[in-house]
Design a binder for this molecule. Structure first.
Ligand code: FAD
Ligand code: SIN
Length: 532
């Protein structure tokens, strides 16, 4: 049994920033960061567009950023949280700049602020189209300077609570407390028990529950599922953001490659195959409307025109500028035979971001004692029914700081739990047929993509739930009888995610933000959060 003062699960922007901030304030603590593959692999690493923050105070203001966020969130944002993130954001961004993050500047040596959908001003700091890579690089370098303990290839399987001491815990039990986690050491294939005084889930998104996603394969919603199994509160899972412009590659790839919204901010225009603009039919902001509107419009045009994709026209843009801003996108398009300066880029919506997740308060505390959550796995109230572009990295920076302050203030009052038993692996055998896992995963992705996508209906949601119960029962059977593997755990977690999305969608009898259903096409006059 391993003991660590602070256990952080995840090495993306949420996990690393929290760890750095705690370590800077209390270097004497034992802080352990777990990551299920290598330390660089995360959604963070693939972020393209950048970090939204009010930088140019002559033209921009906190009020404008707040209003844009609320507008995108379609009535479901928590205004206090939006205020906190928008106001504290620039200072947090300055901190990572001080740690070495490079953001592009213009000829006047001022930050080259980009524009994305739903923003009324240019306020996106970026490093070419590789902002996430630059942030991940910076945070890992800072973690190295602080000598932080990052354990690669450690897969967190379940949170430890009173349940493991033999108590019967339900979602209504008061005082559920987190004592650490059971984790799979992928080097040895053995389960280990890690006891911690405080734990932070920073496990990122869950895009892999859909067939087409911009998220890397690690995005299997593990933290959200672990918290749900530990009987914690999850919120607003029906709000799944589909990015309007993933690159359409007929060869198929997982993940699909993103064509950043910043390309539209730079002047790219959405068109049909025969070169007609269509966005003015849907929103006066045209190609730069918020994502829910643009993704639905593309989906609708694809259905109307019987097409597999729509097109992003960049042929009128200056080549030198395009290459300077979007070198990776340019190269990727070329690699599949599309020259953005001569051909329209084929694009298709793809699952991109989970707006809901672990319900946390304004300092990142989950409904379990001594358990915080940070980053994409959370529902802080910032995004409401639809996240404003480039607000996600900002949210993680702001909440990491708040969590670190709270951990530092309160850790002395928290002791390690006593009497936690080791993981019980008796009566399990090695899995005989991997196909049982891989085929179930394919089925799950098909169900979610066909029935719980951009447009939903009661019949589709019911069908999805019925099919998922079958998968759930089969997978639980497998889980209870075979030795644990990352693939089996991810399948189990993704089934939970699929269930949470579909159940929350079934509970929302209106269309709002990212949730659109043909049975209830209009918004209700009152606000309802879907808590599970
Ligand atoms: P992640 O960065 O995903 O990190 C999760 C970590 O948890 C990983 O280290 C993973 O290995 C670990 N982990 C997960 N499960 C387990 C487990 N069971 N055990 C151990 N470790 C585990 N947002 C913006 O604001 N601006 C952008 O420009 C932008 N562009 C994007 C482009 C793409 C292609 C994608 C996919 C996302 C983009 N986003 C953007 C969203 C943003 O990148 C993410 O929301 C954010 O980086 C999430 O950070 P995180 O720390 O919460 O999670
Ligand atoms: C993008 O670059 O389009 C992604 C931005 C985001 O998801 O916030």
């Amino acid at each position: 049994m391993i003991k660590t003062d602070v256990l952080i699960i995840g090495s993306g922007i949420g996990g690393l920033t929290t760890a750095i901030k705690i370590a800077e304030k209390m270097p004497e603590l034992k802080i352990t960061i777990l990551t299920k593959t290598n330390e660089e692999e995360s959604n963070t690493r693939y972020a393209q567009g950048g970090v939204a923050a009010v930088w140019n105070k002559e033209e921009d203001s906190y009020q404008k950023h707040l209003e844009d966020t609320l507008d995108a969130g379609d009535g479901l944002c928590n205004e206090d949280i939006v205020n906190i993130v928008v106001n504290e954001g620039p200072e947090r961004v300055q901190e990572i700049i001080d740690w070495g993050a490079r953001f592009d500047k213009n000829a006047a040596e001022k930050y080259d602020l980009g524009r994305e959908g739903g923003h009324s001003e240019n306020r996106i700091l970026h490093y070419k189209d590789l902002t996430g890579w630059e942030i991940q690089r910076t945070l890992l370098a800072k973690a190295e300077v602080l000598n932080l303990d990052i354990q690669e290839h450690y897969f967190a399987v379940d949170l430890i609570t009173q349940h493991h001491l033999g108590y019967n815990i339900t979602r209504l039990t008061p005082g559920i407390t987190c004592y650490g986690a059971h984790v799979l050491n992928k080097h040895t294939g053995k389960m280990e028990t890690i006891l911690s005084r405080m734990t932070i889930l920073a496990t990122g998104g869950a895009g892999q529950v859909y067939r087409n996603t911009t998220n890397p394969v690690i995005a299997s919603g593990d933290g959200i599922s672990m918290l749900y199994r530990a009987k914690g509160h999850i919120e607003n899972m029906e709000f799944i953001q589909f990015h309007p412009t993933a690159l359409f590659n007929p060869a198929g790839e997982n993940p699909v490659f993103l064509v950043s919204e910043a390309v539209r901010g730079y002047g790219g225009i959405l068109k049909t195959r025969d070169g007609k603009e269509f966005m003015e039919k849907y929103d006066p902001r045209k190609s730069l409307a918020p994502r829910d509107i643009v993704a639905r419009a593309i989906d609708n045009e694809m259905k109307l025109n019987g097409e597999e994709c729509m097109f992003l026209d960049c042929r009128h843009l200056d080549k030198e500028g395009f290459l300077a801003h979007f070198p990776t996108i340019y190269e990727k398009c070329k690699s599949i035979g599309v020259d953005p300066m001569e051909d329209m880029i084929p694009v298709v919506p793809a699952c991109h971001y989970v707006c809901g997740g672990i319900k946390v308060d304004d300092i990142g505390r989950s409904s379990l004692y001594n358990l915080y959550a940070c980053g994409e796995c959370t529902c802080t109230g910032l995004h409401g029914a639809n996240r404003l572009a480039s607000n996600s990295l900002l949210e993680a920076l702001v909440f990491a700081d708040r969590i670190a302050q709270d951990v530092v203030q309160n850790l002395s009052g928290v002791l390690f739990a006593e009497g936690i038993p080791e993981w019980n692996a008796t009566s399990t055998t090695d899995p005989k047929e991997m196909v049982l896992i891989t085929q179930s995963l394919k089925e799950l992705k098909e169900i979610m993509s066909s029935y719980v996508g951009i447009v939903r209906s009661n019949v589709r949601l019911k069908r999805a739930l019925d099919r998922m119960f079958l998968l759930y029962n089969e997978t639980e059977g497998l889980y209870n009888t075979t030795t644990i593997s990352p693939q089996l755990c991810e399948l189990r977690n993704l089934i939970t995610i699929g269930y949470l999305i579909t159940r929350s969608a079934s509970m929302r009898h209106e269309s709002r933000g990212l949730h659109y259903t043909t049975d209830y096409p209009v918004k209700k006059p009152f606000i309802q959060d879907s808590i599970l």
